[in-house]
Design a protein around this ligand. Structure first.
Ligand code: AMP
Ligand code: GLY
Length: 420
């Protein structure tokens, strides 16, 4: 059974690069394809030029190439029904069905599951009428948390500190229909440090992954606009085993069980975006997939076979995981201007001198040169005995990368460093 499994990874960012690298470490995995991949992934897998939402072409590729397992990265592919389409053809796929993906794609569905199955989260109301939403918000304390009920590329959440901001957000989402016609969820503001708890799930079975913390704001000190994530680290020292157990039982397990009870069993990675409040851990959001950039610091800590885990989830089997005590801390290098508009096609030099893992988030080759091709471009991941050591390592290696149009945060992991 050595290296006899062919795997297709769907996606193109740093998360997929980390998935590809973890698969490569498995003695059970042979050929790895990635659709569409990027310039860095091309060193570890064979990239195929199919877009993540081109369900028909992906299914055809998987059939024609006798793919044993497809691992789906981005939510857009899941929401497009890729897993359903693969399974309809008798192909194995790691990821939730379109119906189960609603735990991410519909904030209201997620809230309904949490309410019904007693999963701790902020109290909420859902609206599709501007007047009613505004009436509710203006009679509630600030900050007001307003969430667009659908996929909005990370831009559908507004934490309004003033009523003016809150009204503008409601107008945007309900009257101007910036993201398309939709509903909003208005919820209570929760306070505390956020952390990401990803569990591989197969129906009622949970295989928890190591904890991570993401940094969503663009600039140091958690300033600036929300982004896809500017850096992450694992482990998270201030999340004790006790808090983890509570989060596992009262949040992740109850949610997985709730989805089974609702007739939409979950398979794949259930990502809990959690917050540690004075009353205990609560849910900020769920995602139906690996987090990006969390995956780049979590999967390197997995010492057991990643393919065993993927297969166990798809087949509903037991699987023990083993995690390294090493700390990993990753810093994202993003294009100047991100998450707003930015230039692409700027040459990146110096990567050959870097002595640690670099995950490509948005790169490509143009005229034989490696160039920037996205908002988030690279993630440099340092390793060490502590988060502090991993931080030093990442910072030292970043200096070797020469690209004038990239910026990065300098305070990734600060919460863990000061609590040492
Ligand atoms: P989301 O896309 O739901 O993860 O929201 C993006 C960010 O908005 C989160 O990472 C939090 O920092 C913030 N946020 C969302 N909901 C709340 C809440 N109920 N209370 C406080 N902050 C929140
Ligand atoms: N890092 C947050 C996410 O993957 O949505």
């Amino acid at each position: 059974m050595d290296r006899d499994n062919k795997v297709l990874v769907v996606g193109s960012g740093g998360r997929c690069h980390a998935i590809v690298k973890a698969l490569k470490r498995s003695p059970r995995v042979g050929k790895i394809y990635c659709a569409p991949g990027n310039a860095g992934i091309a060193e570890d897998a064979e990239c195929v030029a199919i877009g993540v939402e081109d369900v028909e072409a992906l299914v055809r590729f998987a059939k024609d190439n006798a793919i044993d397992m497809t691992v789906v990265g981005p939510e857009a592919a899941l929401a497009a029904g890729l897993v359903d389409a693969l399974e309809a053809e008798g192909l194995k796929a790691f990821g939730p069905t379109k119906a189960a993906t609603r735990i991410e794609s519909s904030k209201e569905f997620a809230k309904q599951i949490m309410t019904k199955y007693n999963v701790p989260t902020a109290a909420y109301e859902a609206f599709d009428d501007f007047d009613k939403a505004w009436e509710y918000v203006k009679n509630r304390p600030l900050p007001a948390v307003i969430k667009y009920d659908g996929l909005a590329a990370g831009k559908g959440v507004v934490v309004a500190l003033t009523y003016e901001e809150a009204e503008a957000a409601l107008r945007d989402m309900l009257l101007d229909e910036t993201f398309g016609k939709g509903r909003v969820v208005v919820e209570d503001f929760l306070d505390g440090p956020e952390f990401s708890f990803m569990c591989v799930v197969s129906g009622n079975k949970l295989y928890p992954l190591a904890m991570a913390q993401d940094h969503k704001r663009a600039f140091d000190g958690d300033k600036g606009p929300n982004t896809g994530g500017m850096g992450a680290y694992s482990p998270v020292p201030f999340i004790t085993d006790e808090i983890r157990e509570i989060a596992l039982k009262e949040i992740m397990q109850r949610t997985a069980d709730g989805m089974v009870a609702e007739g939409v069993p979950f398979k794949g990675v259930l990502y809990g975006g959690l917050i540690f409040t004075k009353e205990g851990p609560k849910v900020i959001e769920f995602n139906a997939r690996f987090g990006d950039p969390e995956t780049e610091v979590v999967l390197p800590r997995l010492e057991s076979d990643f393919y065993d885990l993927v297969e166990a989830a798809v087949e509903g089997k037991d699987c023990d995981t083993k995690w390294s005590d090493d700390a990993y801390l990753g810093i994202v290098l993003a294009s100047e201007g991100y998450p707003g508009s930015y230039q692409k096609g700027i040459e990146i030099k110096g990567l050959d001198n870097v002595n640690t893992e670099v995950y490509h988030m948005g790169t490509k080759f143009a005229d034989g040169k490696l160039v920037t091709a996205g908002g988030r471009v690279l993630m440099v991941v340092g390793k060490g005995a502590t988060v502090g050591d991993a931080n030093e390592n990442a910072k030292a290696e970043i200096k070797k990368i020469d690209c004038p149009s990239l910026f990065h945060r300098t305070d990734i992991g600060k919460a863990a460093l000061t609590e040492k």
